[in-house]
Ligand binder design. Structure first.
Ligand code: MOS
Length: 713
């Protein structure tokens, strides 16, 4: 922390405020990227490959160019060249699907092969659908399963493999062993607002109006791709209808920039919902093997968590499902590994709680299985296995309030009254059960820049390239600034979503609000030093700009995480196999809540995702075409109101001691452990262990005694 950072007083931070832009959003006054008017706007429509592997032999562009309104067809023979050989802001090279139209190879179904640009969106679509593309098709391979020997360990934001102790001997010495394979399907982000960008050249500067999770991030990637001076690229993204990890640099912005460059007029490219299933990234399916060995009293002696995920043939991305085991539980023998398999599929990407979401399902379900085998209450099992230090890192925890979450959650949920035996509770045709699971998510902060201006009229303007992807970040930063400047929030104007405001953390990794608040606070401290008490502010205002690189970089090396305890009650229809979640409750230790109203929405939203993950979401790839079946919101069901019961999210006091506001981050932990809690509750209701998500009615029926004969766990 720098010396100029002030500490917020207990003031507006911690009190509930509705979103500042809420009225604009519900009245339609807030404009999203795809609906902002531009003079002379042309519309681009992406054409995606219809084969899963091969080469483009030819494109019949002439008939399409003769269609009404068509202005251009960009493809690998005529598109501007880009440079995709770089490491981006997040330390990774770009997903090659953004290096559009550079060669004739097709690495997966839905690979962008052309952009048709026309005067109207309808003309562009008509022409794009008429464009004949001929391929040399090659056999593709999309078979994802644990028996593939080509899988290899991959370091993501964590090591691929971490091993200590002799696993096999620890397992054979254990009194109780759980050895099980769990699977999770391919899942898609499906933000409400599709990806959309408009690019145009404005006085020698590239101006892109987009929907993304970080304007300086996307601007940086575009400047590298197109070999432009970073100062010559401006990206704006004022309102964003969700992102969840999918809204970085993607094909739509690159296509829009290419077309705007070729045509020298504004060009908009919007992804359709169906295209998003190929172009927006997704969460890899996983197969996970968990082996636990414990003493009769439940103390772990051996822990193995292997996670296999998929990546494309053109880019490496790992879904690190073995990560939570490195934080949650220790054992003499502790082996974790994240492996990937390269197939002819699109490259997956970060999706809300990457690694933790699927990894916690397997790990926390395995813990529940162990509790059952040991005859120990699942919460007590976790109490007995609380580690002193990071099981893999050996580092102390900056704070670890997991057991506090379980205590508070058990009290509120009424856990003490639970009969631990499965299949004992009924309500008519419904079998009832309850389950619990632990949650964790890493805590971090990244350098950001904020500019604060004291205006002559006594108000303050905050400028920061934050992204309010629907979380309420704008409102949270207003409260932080109000406390730091000791003025009411209505005297603060926070402007976000503009790369011209300088480098800033993205809305990602549950690190956005914390990173931005730190910068705002630092700048506020400097501004207060500059303002002379009682003196008038000059007509041009007083602006300070502050960068937290040094302060954030000085964070000591510790295990830093949020924690949580998830509880679910389910009812299982023994006749149809339908699972209904009757109630859910989560208690979190996730730092200081800046705005309890919107923080609660983050937790509840994550828990809804957990219901969706446990019971509904599943993208099915068709082996013959290599594409996703039912790539729309009818074919891919996300939990909606009718699926979601009363959800309670609570938190315990857990300010981060190393953050000037006490923030940890709340964006992702709500989904962690949620699917496991539901699966554990389904076991408690039925006596059948479901290790494959989603827990569909056919799977439930197959497991019940009157089902098709599948054996009980
Ligand atoms: Mo998130 S998956 O860090 O947007």
């Amino acid at each position: 922390m720098t010396t100029t950072t002030t500490t917020t007083r207990r003031g507006f931070v911690g009190t509930a405020h509705t979103r500042l832009e809420g009225r604009d959003k519900v009245t339609g006054a807030a404009r999203y990227a795809g609906e902002i008017p531009f003079t002379g706007l042309a519309h681009g429509w992406l054409v995606l490959s219809t084969v899963a592997r091969g080469r483009i032999r030819s494109l019949e562009t002439a008939p399409v160019l003769a269609m009404p309104g068509v202005l251009a067809v960009l493809h690998h023979e005529n598109a501007p060249r880009v440079d995709s050989d770089y490491i981006g802001m997040l330390g990774a090279p770009p997903d090659p699907s953004v290096a559009l139209f550079q060669h004739e190879r097709v690495p997966h179904l839905g690979w962008p092969v052309a952009l048709v640009v026309a005067e109207t969106s309808e003309q562009a679509r008509e022409a794009a659908e008429a464009l004949a593309v001929h391929y040399e098709q090659e056999p593709h391979d999309i078979a994802f399963h644990s028996g593939r020997p080509e899988a290899y360990p991959l370091d993501g934001h964590m090591p691929g493999v971490a091993e200590k102790g002799d696993l096999e001997s620890a397992l054979s010495a254990a009194a109780v062993v759980v050895d099980a394979e769990y699977t999770t399907p391919e899942e898609h982000h499906n933000p409400m607002e599709p990806h959309a960008a408009t690019a145009h050249w404005d006085g020698g500067r590239l101006d892109v109006v987009d929907s993304n999770q970080g304007t300086t991030w996307v601007a940086g990637e575009l400047s590298k791709l197109f070999s432009l001076d970073p100062a010559a690229v401006r990206v704006r993204s004022e309102h964003i209808g969700g992102g969840f990890g999918s809204k970085g640099v993607r094909a739509h912005q690159v296509a829009a920039v290419m077309a705007a460059t070729v045509l020298q007029r504004p060009v908009r490219v919007v992804m359709t919902r169906r295209q998003m299933f190929s172009l927006a990234g997704y969460r890899s399916p996983t197969t996970q093997r968990v082996r636990l060995g414990a003493d009769a009293d439940g103390r772990l002696r051996a822990l193995e968590h292997q996670c296999l995920s998929v990546t494309s043939t053109v880019h490496e991305f790992v879904e690190p499902g073995a990560g939570p085991a490195r934080v949650m539980y220790d054992a003499d023998a502790h082996h974790t590994a994240n492996r990937v398999l390269r197939l002819d599929v699109p490259t997956p990407t970060w999706m809300r709680a990457p690694g933790e979401a699927p990894g916690s399902f397997a790990l926390e379900a395995a813990l529940d299985e162990l509790a059952g085998k040991c005859g120990i209450d699942p919460i007590e099992l976790r109490v007995r296995n609380e580690p002193e230090r990071g099981p893999v890192s050996g580092l102390p925890f900056s704070s670890r309030n997991l057991l506090g979450c379980f205590r508070e959650g058990a009290r509120r949920f009424g856990w003490a009254d639970r009969d631990p035996r499965p299949g004992r509770s009924r309500d008519g045709r419904w079998l009832l059960g309850t389950g619990t699971a632990a949650a964790s998510f890493p805590v971090g902060a990244a350098p950001s820049t904020a500019a604060l201006t004291a205006e002559p009229d006594g108000t303050f303007t905050v400028r920061i390239a934050a992204a309010d992807i629907g979380t309420g970040a704008r409102t949270a930063l207003t409260l932080v600034a109000a406390d730091a400047l000791e003025v009411a929030p209505d005297r603060i104007r926070v402007r976000v979503g503009d790369s011209d405001f300088g480098p800033a953390m993205i809305a990602g990794g549950s690190m956005g609000t914390r990173s931005w608040a730190w910068a705002v606070l630092t700048a506020a401290g400097e501004l207060r030093e500059r303002l002379v008490p009682g003196a008038a502010v000059p007509p041009e205002g007083v602006t300070v700009r502050s960068d937290t690189s040094a302060a954030v970089g000085a964070l000591a090396s510790k295990e830093r995480h949020s924690f949580g305890a998830q509880f679910a009650e389910v009812a299982v229809d023994a006749a149809t196999g339908e699972v209904r979640v009757r109630r859910m409750l989560g208690v979190f230790a996730a730092g200081r809540m800046v705005n309890p109203l919107t923080a609660r929405s983050q937790f509840v939203g994550g828990m809804v995702w957990g219901i969706s993950m446990a019971l509904h979401e599943e993208a099915v790839r068709d082996r013959s075409s290599g594409g996703t079946v039912g790539a729309d919101l009818a074919g891919y069901h996300v939990a909606t109101h009718a699926d979601v019961p009363e959800i309670e999210a609570h938190w315990i006091d857990d300010p981060d001691p190393d953050d000037p506001v006490g923030i940890k981050g709340v964006g992702e932990i709500g989904i962690v452990g949620a699917a496991a809690a539901i699966a554990n509750a389904v076991w408690h209701a039925t006596g059948v262990r479901h290790r494959n998500l989603p827990i569909r009615p056919d799977r439930v029926l197959a497991g019940l005694p009157d089902g098709d004969g599948a054996s009980r766990a």
